[in-house]
Design a protein around this ligand. Structure first.
Ligand SMILES: [Zn+2]
Length: 250
């Protein structure tokens, strides 16, 4: 046996597990904020796409209006030309024919004018929608900027805490009982951080995979022998308040 009591050995390993858990908490804090940034970026992009779509529809309507106005002006020019020709009509037949054409064109242009007016009104209805889309973009961008700032500010804080924890871990792992250190290091190589360790849960379950730990190994743990879960490979330690039967401290 080393100079550490069985209780002290497990206390140290428990403390090491706690440090790994703290590291994991830091990582999940970072991931959480990063995820929020990602979600908000997507929202901004969606708001921009909505605005672009509205704008494209509006541009198309404006182009159609301009095209209809062009047609209206052409027909109107033809009407004016024929009106001027009325005075020079050679006979009544030609005069009637010109008047009929003028009336025809006038009808067409009246219908076209109604169409243009309806289109203009429809285009005007887009204005509030477009304004709302712009507002949505501004709101989405503001929310995104805020969380991006939060992330930037969080990084140095997390880095400092993480470095502190890692230093503490290096020191603590060095001090682990020589018999416990090799299987602990092996589990740490096989698993990601806090996943490498698990306390005994209840009287004889692995706190990692929940499989039953054979009683002889619980006895061995209480006698100061290390144990790695036979099912999942996690390094097993005794939780605080675990009744150690052969406790040398008692
Ligand atoms: Zn297990």
């Amino acid at each position: 046996m080393s100079s550490q009591s069985i209780r002290e050995i497990h206390e140290k390993i428990r403390y090491i597990h706690g440090l790994y858990r703290q590291l994991k908490t830091l990582a999940s804090r970072y991931n959480g904020v990063q995820l929020r940034v990602k979600v908000l970026k997507k929202k901004t992009a969606e708001a921009e796409a909505r605005r672009d779509e509205l704008k494209a529809r509006l541009d198309k309507m404006h182009a159609e209006i301009r095209e209809a106005e062009g047609r209206y002006n052409l027909i109107d020019a033809a009407i004016q030309k024929r009106k001027a020709q009325l005075d020079q009509a050679k006979n009544n037949k030609e005069y009637v024919s010109l008047t009929d054409q003028i009336a025809d064109d006038q009808r067409r242009n009246n219908a076209l004018a109604d169409e243009i007016l309806a289109q203009v009104e429809k285009a005007e209805e887009f204005a509030p929608q477009l304004a709302a889309a712009e507002e949505a973009i501004a709101a989405a961008r503001a929310a995104q900027t805020e969380v991006e700032k939060e992330l930037r500010e969080l990084v140095p804080e997390l880095k400092e805490s993480s470095e502190h924890l890692q230093g503490e871990l290096r020191r603590e792992i060095k001090e682990v009982d020589p018999e416990f250190a090799p299987p602990l290091r092996e589990a740490l190589r096989a698993f990601d951080g806090d996943e490498a360790l698990a306390p005994v849960e209840g009287e004889y379950f692995c706190g990692g995979c929940r499989m039953e730990i054979p009683m002889q190994y619980i006895v061995a743990l209480c006698e100061g022998k290390p144990y790695t879960c036979g099912s999942c490979g996690r390094f097993i330690y005794l939780p605080k308040d675990f009744t150690i039967n052969n406790d040398e401290d008692d």
